[in-house]
Design a protein around this ligand. Structure first.
Ligand code: UD1
Length: 424
């Protein structure tokens, strides 16, 4: 299994290009199930999660062409030839549940394996299911699979999410595009990935209003057509790489970055003493002398501070001057990086959903283990500023969500390399 070796202490200077958003692309690809014409996605990221979604869609009868070395994906679904999303694929990635709404909307039936638990908490899909029932689907849970039917087609309805769910909003948004009549989604997620999906669906002919607000109104149409859509920039990759110079010092431009995608995160970074400038091609982050200031962070649905940047922010605050509190409100059990950071000398005390971080002057390199996608990158960030060598093992987590992390960071002067199994 590959690991990543980081030798800390090098300042970072240069430019990092931001890729298309993994989470947006994982919702856009299943949208292709809604039409018999091809959907072309440009600016697609090249990641193992995208390959997993490709395998899933191919298993349902889609043809997926990867052009320009995987930067462009063309997904064609002349017909769905298999309506069962198998456990072996779904268990690898929760986002697989996003094929349920589109298959049901197009053909009136679908069978999808339940994703099961995952490393960062229980993460049920009950809201996806309740929402589809509100649109008239009949659901039956058998042998770990959801058997869904809506033989006469889905029907528009008003559905209010009891808690904000990104995936739930995406599944219902897609399903409602082909439902009869009007659907109103209340307390909907407002993440940029939702807006991107709505934008793509509109290009396919869907009638959607209110995306980006907590009430989305969808007027069902008879059929959707093909379209070409550029995937929005990855705000989590952006935030992660903004933290690299913030932690290691230096000045890095994030090309393709936009402040509006990560506004709450930028506010916190500035509070901690990091400079952010908007440029013509993106954002520039500068950290000069002096310690980072301690600051408190509470994760929340967009436009709040993203849970997917909490682990990386903890790596920054581990060396701040003073005590910071990080409160995780989206997922239970999302502090698995804390004991690993502690192996590097960080002082972190986790009580329930809050981590109390007492900044230390310097972290020390250590062998550490990645436990999930965002945790793994937080350990790499910590390693950039630590004294000596940090070796992060189990980096397959990293490859699910970060494209060429070693190349992007070493181009700015970081001393980082991947060590393959053969070399170990
Ligand atoms: C998406 C992102 C993930 C991010 C998360 C929150 C993708 C592929 N993944 O995940 O990176 O961390 O948003 O920003 O886009 N919940 C329920 N029942 C449901 C659905 C969700 O109780 O049916 C709960 C979850 O357990 C969690 C909260 O709602 O506590 C938010 O989850 P949700 O927004 O649905 O996250 P995902 O779409 O899975």
């Amino acid at each position: 299994m590959d690991s990543i070796l980081v030798r800390g202490g090098a300042e970072l200077n240069g430019t990092i290009p931001i890729s298309g958003a993994k989470n947006a692309c994982l919702a856009l690809m299943p949208a292709a199930l809604l039409s018999d014409e091809p959907l072309t996605l440009t600016n697609a990221p090249r990641l193992s999660d995208i390959r997993t979604m490709t395998v899933l869609l191919e298993s349902l009868g889609c043809e997926v062409a990867r052009l320009q070395a995987g930067r462009v994906l063309v997904v064609g679904t002349e017909r769905i030839s298999n309506h069962t999303a198998d456990y072996d694929i779904v268990r690898k990635m929760r986002a697989s549940i996003l094929v349920l709404g589109p298959m049901l909307a197009r053909d009136g039936h679908a069978v999808v394996s339940l994703p099961g638990g995952c490393a960062i908490g229980a993460r049920p899909v009950d809201l996806h299911l309740k929402g589809l029932e509100a649109l008239g689907a009949t659901l039956d849970l058998r042998d770990g699979y959801v058997h869904a039917e809506a033989r006469g087609g889905l029907k528009g309805a008003v559905f209010e999410f009891p808690i904000v769910s990104v995936g739930g909003t995406e599944n219902l948004l897609m399903a409602a595009t082909l439902a009869k009549g009007t659907t109103v989604l209340k307390n909907a997620a407002r993440e940029p990935e939702i807006v991107d999906l709505a934008e793509c669906l509109r290009r396919m002919g869907a009638r959607i209003e209110g995306d980006g607000t907590s009430e989305i109104i969808i007027e069902g149409v008879e059929r959707l057509s093909g379209a070409t859509h550029p995937v929005v920039a990855d705000r989590i990759e952006l935030g992660t790489y903004m933290l690299a110079p913030a932690i290691a010092g230096g000045r890095v431009e994030l090309s393709g970055g936009r402040r509006d995608l990560v506004a709450a995160f930028c506010d916190k970074l500035e509070e901690a003493g990091v400079e952010i400038e908007e440029t013509r091609s993106g954002l520039t982050v500068t950290r000069r002398n002096g310690r980072i200031r301690a600051t408190d962070v509470v994760t929340a649905p967009h436009p709040g501070f993203p849970t997917d940047l909490q682990a990386q922010m903890m790596a920054l605050l581990a060396t701040a001057d003073g005590v910071s509190h990080l409160e995780e409100r989206i997922f239970e059990n999302r502090f698995m990086h804390a004991p690993e950071l502690a192996r590097m000398g960080a002082e972190i005390d986790v009580q329930g959903g809050t981590a109390r971080v007492t900044g230390v002057e310097r972290l020390r390199g250590a062998p550490v283990m990645a436990t999930d996608l965002r945790a793994s990158v937080s350990l790499i960030l910590a390693g950039l500023a630590a004294e000596g060598e940090t070796r992060v093992s189990r980096v397959y987590h990293l490859d699910r969500g970060y494209e060429h992390v070693e190349e992007k960071l070493s181009a700015c002067g970081a001393r980082i390399e991947r060590i393959g199994e053969a070399a170990e």
